[in-house]
Design a protein around this ligand. Structure first.
Ligand code: ADP
Ligand code: MG
Length: 556
């Protein structure tokens, strides 16, 4: 059986061998089992359902969330001589009828269907005379609210099972934290399924986190040096997308933009420009990219830190699908934290905000860690990953000195909390230093447990520390006339001991012969990476005073 599958792989796709996991998935589908396959972006999930679709009697219905790409996917299949069609809102009623009629006569091996179709009960009725061999659910994480692209229509997939036929369901995703996985199994209704996770590592990708204040100049330099390469630049907002794209275009680069604020026509046009190599850079919000199959993307730059690791890995993973080296660069600045906090705060009621903050915290930790970045990301999905250093990420490739200022931060935050988040920097410093002035006395702040708790620090150092916490999104300053310090969610996480505060600086770059092929300019990279060297140097942090858990609990 699997030999036949291999024959089809060679004959239709021109590939010599299966990639990791493909064979097992195909085998299990062919033995009539439900499947949940968790494979990285670019891992080759499509073939896992396309090949069995060709081998089974009847038609496979593929649920795919991207209407804009269905046509491309089906065109590709047609070019490979695999009979297929799509059903979505772009079809006229007569086209829809024709396709259903042809499908009833067994003309197609695959029909791609937009999930929204399933909302329509007539549709289920309409397809009941088609012999369906399998439902393949692509981007299956869309069924879960814990995923990053929740699509309520995915909840209707279950109904297809009720159509009386003895169907199997195969489901595919690149994202599966345990809660997403559980949702896929329960909400799609997998039964006795075969499950495979092929490992999340994409060895050809180089991960970089750069602390960059001058992000645009970094990007201009990078794209100049990688002029003939294809790349995606992701921005958090439409506004930033416009700005970055305009700057690139006015500097003579062939860039197009993509975000939900553009008309369908312009969006599709820009996407095609990029997919068909007329434009080599696409600047986009996260609206772009799911399901695209462009294998030669050499870099993905994040102009802003995304909201969580799932989104980051999915987006970054669009680079280097062909297995050749590619760069994933995250340009991090503290304002990204502030912006993400804002976006969560203002997101609809349906989201579990505490969960979102928790995920954001992990994302911030990724940007702040001095450990291997690959290890960080992959362990997020797969706790059993045990390689400590990949030697192919910006942390493994530099010697970093990090200073843990978590305890100092906790003291400051707790002082702000204890004084009611109603005062400015000076008064907080007075309390921390244990000043004896009249205001402190009149407010009875000399009785607080945080009074005098940092008396051995100079005012200047405390000032620097607080500024650092402000610029890195732990504290916010509000009010013009009487600026007051307020604690942001990251600050509360720190207070509860769930988030560390670390100042890092690069001491030297390790030279790695194997890495010379990497495309980025290391000296620039180094310069941008830790703009805060000056701050770190000026902090002159004294040895830590050990803070017991109990005293912390008392303070929070
Ligand atoms: P994803 O898992 O992200 O859906 P795709 O199915 O789009 O990935 O496949 C990514 C790329 O890998 C495509 O260009 C595809 O043709 C290629 N590919 C898939 N399987 C193989 C294979 N066995 N050998 C070589 N290339 C493959
Ligand atoms: Mg895919």
């Amino acid at each position: 059986m699997i030999n036949n599958a291999l024959e089809l792989l060679k004959k239709y796709y021109g590939f010599e061998s299966f990639r990791n996991g493909q064979e097992e998935v195909i085998h299990n589908i062919l033995t009539h089992k439900d499947v949940l396959a968790i494979m990285p972006t670019g891992g080759g999930k499509s073939i896992c359902y396309q090949i069995p679709a060709m081998m089974m009697e009847g038609t496979t219905i593929v649920i795919s969330p991207l209407i804009s790409l269905m046509k491309d996917q089906v065109d590709t299949l047609k070019q490979l001589n695999i009979p297929s069609a799509f059903i979505n809102s772009s079809l006229s009623l007569s086209e829809l009828r024709r396709i259903i009629h042809e499908a009833e006569n067994n003309k197609y091996k695959l029909i791609y269907v937009a999930p929204e179709r399933l909302e329509n009960e007539n549709f289920i009725e309409l397809i009941k005379n088609i012999k369906i061999s399998m439902i393949a659910v692509d981007e299956a994480h869309c069924v879960s609210q814990w995923g990053h692209d929740f699509r309520p229509s995915y909840l209707k997939i279950k109904n297809l099972r009720g159509s009386g036929q003895n169907l199997i369901i195969s489901s595919f995703t690149a994202t599966a934290t345990p809660s997403v996985k559980e949702d896929i199994i329960n909400l799609i209704g997998l039964k006795n399924h075969f499950e495979i996770t092929t490992g999340f590592d994409r060895e050809n990708l180089t991960f970089n986190v750069l602390r960059a204040d001058k992000k645009l100049s970094y990007i201009l330099k990078y794209v100049e040096e990688n002029k003939n390469k294809q790349g995606i630049i992701y921005c958090l907002t439409r506004k930033a997308t416009e700005e970055v794209c305009n700057k690139l275009v006015s500097s003579g680069f062939n860039a197009v933009k993509y975000h939900a604020g553009l008309s369908d026509m312009e969006r599709n046009k820009n996407q095609d420009e990029f997919l068909y190599d007329n434009a080599n850079i696409i600047v986009a919000t996260n609206a772009f990219g799911m399901g695209i199959d462009k294998s030669d993307i050499r870099y993905v730059i994040h102009y802003n830190m995304p909201k969580n690791i799932e989104s980051y890995y999915q987006e970054a993973g669009r680079a280097g699908r062909d297995g050749e080296p590619a760069d994933c660069i995250l340009l991090f600045s503290p304002s990204d934290i502030v912006m993400n906090n804002f976006l969560i705060e203002n997101s609809g009621e349906s989201l579990d905000k505490s969960k979102e903050y928790e995920k954001l915290r992990e994302m911030i930790n990724y940007c702040n860690t001095d450990k291997c970045l690959r290890k960080f990301v992959i362990s997020y999905f797969d706790k059993s990953y045990d390689k400590e250093n990949c030697n192919n990420c910006s942390n493994c490739l530099s010697d970093i000195e990090s200073t843990d200022i978590t305890v100092e931060a906790q003291k400051i935050l707790s002082c702000i909390y204890r004084t009611g988040q109603r005062f400015g920097m000076n008064l907080v410093i007075d309390v921390l230093k244990g000043s004896n002035n009249a205001k402190i006395k009149s407010l009875n702040f000399n009785t607080l447990s945080t009074y005098g708790i940092m008396k051995e620090y100079s005012r200047e150092t405390l000032n620097e520390l607080i500024s650092y916490l402000v610029s890195d999104g732990y504290i916010n300053i509000t009010g013009d006339k009487y600026p007051t310090l307020n604690i942001l969610p990251s600050g509360f996480f720190t207070l509860k001991g769930k988030q560390k505060v670390i100042i890092k600086k690069v001491i030297s770059k390790k030279t790695d012969k194997n890495h010379d092929k990497s495309a980025y300019d290391k000296s620039l990279f180094e310069k941008l990476r830790f703009k805060r060297k000056e701050i770190a140097d000026s902090l002159k942090i004294p040895p830590f005073i050990v803070f017991s858990d109990a005293s912390l609990k008392d303070m929070c």
